[in-house]
Ligand binder design. Structure first.
Ligand SMILES: Cc1ncc(COP(=O)(O)O)c(C=O)c1O
Length: 969
């Protein structure tokens, strides 16, 4: 007889043990190492009693992978995927299957982190460099950045950059009224907080007076093509900087804005092979003139050389963190859609210039054919074309019953762009894309003109071919070549492409090789079951502005996820709009500022930020025009409460808020966190609790319970969205009730429950909606108990590493009972004093051992911050610990003088195959010490493909496009 029940055998919590690395036996052994007997005991010893809660989550019982996928399927099916003719910056695209499976669905690509360790990231660095090269070619400008979050925020960045570089003293920024409405919305939000005035008007009015900058759209929102050359020159002669938001596909056929003199060209790269995904994630591109390179927002990948003099890639100007320079920041962009930029660049590599021209020309041809049909039959149907030129978008007026036309289109399976009443007439739009076919044109004709329209596609096509239309004026036809670099002309067969993708993937260390213990980044498992729904068409193929009844599945997903996150965070309301953590910070500060304004306290503009904060905190505050006042930390890494009291009192009536990270970036649960909240509240301020470290709170405590007013969550940390080599991300914010009326809204898709006048912070109403199923799956499969256990094991793993390493390295900060939170800081400064070994040497040497370095020199210079997460098993932690101890032993040999300070395995790390096969090996250590320093390495050797990279050389000789092929030889 067995006492096991069927319920137990069904094992609904099976995923918990898949997600959590250490088995029950391993957990017991690790607890014993710490002198603890249970996870609960460890948690009680670690988390301050004042904030610790008994199990409280109401998420419910865990589901198996199969159950969760089945449940999500039923939700997904509530979305209705219609053919979208809506356009407005979002287009259907055919993701090449070789890219879909080998990049988007491949953990080798999606689990990588931002390429902070370039020697083990040459693959994705090359893919991003291709993205930059593609951007420069298509925009006709000299310099491009890696990627930004979306077109609208890129436009807002362009405005901020224009202000930085313009010689004009004007405080106004001009936006042409034919720019996409969501872009105008985001630009206005940003401008208000910068204190700029936005003037929206017909493009030609841009020259009526002096503006520090102007934003134009090309082609414009109605599809019309304008020769911008004279207008750009006129604005510039008035000292204005001209930014042009351009459509990437149209640039294949059209004269580039760069050739027309634009200073900045930006846009979305979505239609280069990235699904619409109900708004994201997609990468934005951004290009400018070389002379503005120091003012460029976002990251730039540059070419440098390694210690053998070979060409090597890395993030340029990284040492000064380029743009996130705390209070002097020129942008807060951190996580920035790298995976999607890579997909777009691979799309260009795969199709090449000829393939892209065929695609763009087909789109244009279908548009021409449709236009000709409207010319022929429109008058009888009350339809008249508004635009006289176009690439892919037609705008028309309609005399008949607008509602009936919309419904007829929906019944036929497609969505029109609905402009409403324009100049007293109903106006609509049709945008074509590469997924459209002649059959779609037939359907459009049937809806517009009835079944017996009599139009014949072949006949219309030959009339277009015979030159009946000049829809792209001769002066706007592109004559300059695009994508001439060999990388865009070599991989057009699937075999070649597959191998190119694999060749790059092999150069990168991702989570599918070994643990990536980047502190503050939470590199946990991104489970396959969580990733599967992302590419379901019901989630991938929805246009963000489709009628809401067609997005009922998304509605349910957003509601459920919001409810779960409300429960987890202790807040009252969530906003799903911010598409990165830093965007969440911005949205949160915006809500705080508007709240103060609503109470007649708009003067409150001092933002207190502890010195340990992440750079994006002060950068976001700076974008809000807040005055940042830095609060000191004490010797234990905690916020210095006396200093806080003094600075809060000094700020007095001008105190807006504090931005505090919890547990702190020093890796400890500060005992005084409630006091911190109280001090700030006493002075009328609000508490912004940076939720990047939420992985140490879920199910144990919550920011709402602690007393904070608003937080962002990095769903790409705590809730399993993969980092994708530097994005995508999602940074939703949770707020207490009083801040709810001040959450972002959206011009095109109004968001229920928030103020009508609130502007948007992202292009899409729900940010990067199509990756939300990942977090939904995670929470569903973990259930209340799994989520809490994940937190407890994250604490266990960090304390285990800290304890084991503390015999070899000082652990910088500890909290109560000598415990760390979910991460710990290893202090390497004594090692530098003893034998010249730096944190950089240790980081690079770890690569020889097959590991990615922990976070280097953040938040304390000269240290490494380790965050193992709950997903790593004891075996993997032991391998990492063994590597760190072995490195310490190597340093000891330098201390003893056995190896010179400038000729030892740490100094020369990482070692490449080229080093090992070099006939002139002349080092005081042997080759196997270099490449196989411990036995475990042999089982799973990772070879960095370049030696240590020279950052200074790269910054002095900034080169941000693909180097000529000869230079590879
Ligand atoms: C503490 C902290 N806050 C904010 C951020 C910014 O998040 P994101 O990169 O998504 O913009 C990070 C990112 O690493 C972080 O570690």
């Amino acid at each position: 007889m067995t006492t096991t029940t069927l319920q137990q055998l069904e094992n609904h919590g099976e995923f918990i043990a898949r997600h959590i690395g250490p088995s029950a036996d391993e957990q017991a052994a690790m607890l014993a190492e710490l002198g603890e007997t249970s996870l609960e005991g460890l948690t009680a010893d670690t988390v301050p009693g004042a904030i610790r809660r008994e199990p409280f989550l109401a998420v419910g019982e865990p589901m198996t992978e199969r159950e969760a996928l089945a449940k999500l399927r039923t939700i997904a099916k509530k979305n209705k995927v219609l053919t979208s003719f809506i356009g407005m910056g979002y287009y259907d695209t055919l993701v090449p299957n070789v890219i879909l499976r080998n990049v988007l669905e491949n953990p080798g690509w999606y689990t990588a982190y931002t390429p902070y360790q370039p020697e083990i990231a040459q693959g994705r660095l090359e893919a991003i460099l291709n993205f930059q090269t593609m951007t420069m070619d298509l925009t006709g400008l000299e310099l491009a950045s890696a990627s930004l979050l979306d077109e609208a925020t890129a436009a807002a960045e362009a405005m901020a950059m224009a202000k930085r570089v313009s010689k004009s003293k004007s405080n106004t920024f001009f936006v042409a009224d034919n720019v996409y409405p969501q872009t105008i919305d985001v630009v206005k939000t940003r401008a208000e907080m910068f204190g700029f005035e936005v003037v929206v008007g017909p493009a030609h009015e841009a020259t009526a007076t002096e503006h520090f900058g102007a934003l134009l759209q090309y082609p414009d929102r109605e599809g019309q093509l304008h020769n911008l050359e004279q207008l750009i020159a006129d604005i510039q002669s008035n000292k204005g900087i001209v930014a042009v938001a351009a459509d990437i596909m149209s640039l294949v056929l059209l004269k580039s804005p760069g050739e027309m003199g634009a200073d900045i060209v930006l846009g979305s790269a979505q239609r280069f092979g990235v699904p619409m995904g109900y708004g994201g994630p997609h990468a934005a591109f951004f290009a400018t003139r070389d002379k503005y390179k120091r003012s460029l927002p976002g990251r730039i990948i540059g070419v440098s050389k390694d210690s053998r003099g070979n060409q090597a890639l890395r993030m340029a100007m990284q040492t000064r963190e380029q743009h996130i320079r705390r209070e002097k920041a020129n942008s807060n962009i951190c996580t920035a859609q790298v995976l999607l930029a890579n997909m777009a660049s691979f799309y260009a590599v795969y199709h090449g210039p000829q393939g892209l021209k065929t695609i763009a020309s087909r789109i244009h041809r279908l548009t021409d054919i449709t236009a000709l049909g409207i010319h022929d039959k429109g008058a009888d149907a009350g339809i008249e074309l508004v635009n006289t030129t176009w690439f892919d978008t037609l705008t028309f007026t309609y005399d008949g019953n607008a509602e009936a036309l919309i419904q007829k289109a929906v019944d036929a399976g497609f969505n029109l762009r609905v402009d409403g009443q324009v100049n007293g007439k109903s106006q609509f739009g049709l945008s074509f894309d590469e997924a459209k076919t002649r059959a779609d044109v037939e359907t459009v004709f049937e809806v517009l003109f009835g079944d017996d329209h009599g139009l014949d596609i072949e006949t219309l096509d030959s009339r277009v071919a015979a030159g009946e239309l000049e829809s792209i004026p001769a002066e706007l036809v592109r004559t300059s070549a695009i994508l001439e670099h060999p990388v865009f002309n070599s991989y057009h067969s699937e075999t070649e492409m597959l191998r190119y993708i694999k060749q790059l993937e092999n150069k990168d260390l991702s989570l599918n090789h070994s643990m990536i213990s980047l502190g503050s980044c939470t590199m946990k498992l991104n489970a396959t079951a969580e990733m599967i729904p992302v590419t379901w068409p019901e989630f991938g193929q929805l246009h963000p502005f489709c009628p809401t009844d067609q997005a009922a599945g998304y509605g349910e997903l957003l509601t459920t996820l919001s409810e779960w996150l409300v429960d987890i965070t202790g807040y009252d309301v969530m906003s799903m709009q911010p598409n990165s953590g830093a965007q969440g910070e911005y949205a949160g500060l915006l809500a705080i500022a508007k709240y103060h304004q609503s109470r007649g306290e708009g003067h409150r503009n001092i933002c207190l930020i502890p010195s340990s904060a992440h750079g994006t905190n002060p950068a976001s505050a700076q974008m809000m025009s807040m005055n940042v006042v830095v609060v000191d930390c004490d010797k234990n890494g905690n916020v210095d409460l006396e200093d806080l009291k003094a600075k809060a009192a000094e700020a007095g009536d001008n105190l807006s808020c504090i931005m505090v990270t919890y547990p702190s970036t020093h890796g400890v649960y500060e005992e005084g966190i409630k006091t911190i909240c109280d001090i700030v509240h006493e002075h009328g301020g609000q508490v912004y609790l940076d939720g990047a470290n939420m992985n140490a709170q879920v199910g144990v405590t919550s920011p709402g319970y602690i007393g904070a007013d608003v937080s962002h969550l990095n769903l790409h940390k705590t809730f399993c969205i993969p980092h994708g080599g530097g994005g995508p991300g999602m940074g939703p914010i949770g707020v207490k009730k009083h801040l709810a009326p001040f959450l972002p809204n959206h011009t095109v898709v109004p968001i229920h429950g928030t103020g009508l006048d609130n502007g948007a912070v992202s292009a899409a109403p729900f940010g990067s909606a199509s990756i939300l199923p990942i977090s939904w799956m995670y929470i569903a499969m973990m259930g209340s108990r799994g989520l809490r256990e994940a937190t407890e094991v994250a604490i266990l793993n960090a304390n285990y590493v800290a304890k084991k390493l503390s015999k070899h390295y000082p652990i910088l900060y500890k909290g109560r009972n000598d415990r760390v939170a979910h991460e710990c800081i290893i202090d390497l400064r004594p090692l530098k004093d003893a034998c010249g070994v730096t944190e950089m040497d240790v980081a690079k040497r770890l690569q020889d051992y097959g590991f990615h370095s922990p976070t280097m020199s953040f938040p304390v210079a000269g240290t490494l911050m380790v965050e193992p997460t709950e997903s790593e098993s004891q075996a993997e932690l032991d391998r990492f610990i063994e590597a760190m101890i072995s490195i310490r032993d190597e340093a000891r040999r330098i201390e003893k003088g056995e190896w010179p300070e400038d000729n030892n395995p740490l100094h020369h790390a990482p070692h490449t195959l080229a080093d090992i096969v070099d006939a002139n090996w002349d080092r005081p250590y042997d080759r196997s010490t270099a490449a196989y320093p411990v036995a475990a390495v042999a089982v799973n050797k990772f070879w960095p493909t370049v030696n240590r990279i020279d950052d200074v050389y790269g910054d002095r000789n900034l080169m941000c496009s693909c180097p000529p092929l000869e230079s590879y030889r």
